[in-house]
Design a protein around this ligand. Structure first.
Ligand SMILES: *Cc1c(COP(=O)(O)O)cnc(C)c1O
Length: 472
């Protein structure tokens, strides 16, 4: 008999490491093996329990209410506040937009007004729910331009959004001004604190200067916060909090219009594993306020030391308000090569493409576990900068650049995609299928030349090629 678990471990060894503090995107690492073990065992214990029906699995309802209660205290929520555990930040955002849309049934063509730095999940919500996003350019500090957003709001706007902080730049928008704007027009204001919501309150308690953004700000009607980020919980949970149960009501769905059980859901999933909720609850109960305070002190110490110790040639795009650092490179190197060089040294840092006239940057989501390795990180960054300078910025050949310039994202055909793969040297042997190159910089530099719409079309074509059944 095959030892499938041994096989799994072998396969997983090719993935990014989720422990060790060297993966600075996608994973959030407390550095505490006990936290990992408790989360894992709680997930396993509840893997087959079904969150579909809280009356049949009352322990799941109890855990959800405790988790929401903890978050309410953390986020200065009034006694009227309620919340829901979702599967992740994207689902929390989708539901916030859906509730805003359905909470304004008199608006026939609803829109939402957001800063351009808002998470892509809002564009996904627009795509799913037919609620156009009015994305308003940000100011020079990468924060929402509130006056310009006010101009974009009209009688069909159902939601104004701000971030605490934004993913790409790690800065907190002027939430009091955005919430006042929304309140003055009688509409909802959502704060996307998916990534900052579980760490900024502790930063404030540590005496760091944190701009106001919680439910303490009048006019904030909902907040999203991910437990699977700085709650250091296993993947698969986020919370969506509303200031009142009336505001949440449109989020619920019931259907008795079939011969089976009356379907009654607060989230997009119906049958859902109890595992992630149990994992988040267990980690929250284990760490508690004092545990999170300690982890926040560690992560902010790491952020401060990273920012203070950057090698010449790398600068912060903007001083971070939270635990996310965006780095810009001088002209002697390119960001994509620095990311590749970091990978060679055992670090994952995330390339961010150029956008709205700003050049590519390097994103770091710093975790508590990174503190123990900050000196190595600084050394690796310095070495990566030297190596990136030696190899000079990646240049995309004129032929490929011309090819990209001629592509129409709205009509990208399979032939176009094959042509690009051939021109870029990515698909040397078509029968062997797609394989990612060791160095991503040439691919990223190519994508960076493309418009956002073309990047989307190319990446969708790419994902389509990757996702094919394996039939032995
Ligand atoms: C991560 C993130 C999201 C989306 O969360 P997922 O859990 O990846 O679905 C939304 N907003 C912000 C600001 C985020 O950082």
């Amino acid at each position: 008999m095959t030892d499938v678990l041994a096989l799994l471990r072998e396969m997983q060894a090719g993935d990014l490491p989720v422990h060790g503090g060297r993966t600075l995107a996608y994973v959030y690492d407390s550095g505490l093996t006990e936290v990992d073990r408790i989360g894992r065992e709680a997930v396993a214990a509840y893997a087959a329990s079904n969150g579909l029906d809280p009356t049949s699995f009352p322990s799941l309802l109890a855990m959800e209410n405790e988790l929401v209660g903890f978050a309410c205290d953390l986020l200065d929520a009034p006694p009227s506040a309620v919340g829901t555990v979702t599967s992740g930040g994207t689902e929390s955002v989708l539901l916030a937009v859906q509730a805003a849309r359905d909470g304004a049934p008199d608006v026939s063509s609803p829109n939402i007004v957001v800063p351009t730095t808002v998470h892509a999940a809002f564009h996904k919500a627009a795509h799913y729910f037919g609620v156009p996003v009015r994305a308003v350019p940000v100011d020079a500090s990468f924060r929402a331009d509130v006056a310009a957003m006010a101009d974009a709001v009209d009688s069909s706007t159902v939601l104004v959004v701000g971030s605490a902080p934004s993913y790409a730049h790690g800065v907190v928008d002027d939430i009091p001004a955005l919430a006042a704007l929304a309140a003055s027009r009688g509409i909802r204001c959502h704060v996307d604190a998916c990534i900052g919501g579980w760490v900024l309150p502790y930063a404030a308690r540590l005496g760091r200067s944190v701009p106001p953004w919680t439910f303490a700000v009048p006019g904030v009607t909902s907040v999203s916060v991910d437990t699977h980020k700085y709650g250091y919980a296993p993947k698969g949970t986020s919370l969506l909090l509303h200031r009142s149960s009336q505001l949440r009501r449109p989020q619920f769905f019931a259907s008795a219009d079939w011969p089976g059980y009356t379907m009654l859901n607060a989230t997009m999933q119906s049958t859902k594993s109890g595992g992630p909720l149990a994992g988040a609850w267990a980690v929250m109960r284990h760490l508690g306020t004092s545990g999170y305070e300690r982890l926040a002190a560690e992560v902010f110490e790491a952020v401060d030391r990273i920012v203070a110790g950057l090698p010449a040639g790398l600068t912060v795009v903007v001083p971070p308000d939270s635990t996310l650092v965006a780095l810009a490179c001088d002209a002697s190197m390119d960001a994509f090569t620095v990311c590749d060089e970091m990978k060679l040294r055992g670090w994952y840092v995330q390339p961010q493409m150029s956008y709205a006239g700003a050049p590519p940057t390097i994103h770091l989501s710093v975790s508590a576990a990174t503190l123990a390795h900050v000196d190595e990180l600084r050394l690796s960054l310095a070495e990566s900068v030297s190596a990136a300078r030696r190899s000079r910025p990646v240049e995309v050949g004129q032929g490929v650049a011309d090819f990209i310039a001629a592509l129409d994202p709205s009509a990208l055909s399979d032939d176009d995609f094959d042509g690009l793969l051939a021109a870029s040297g990515l698909l040397t042997d078509p029968s062997a299928g797609l394989a990612l190159p060791e160095r991503m910089a040439p691919v990223n530099a190519m994508l960076d030349l493309a418009s956002p719409a073309l990047r989307e079309a190319l990446l969708i074509a790419f994902l389509d090629r990757l996702s094919r059944p394996a039939r032995p």
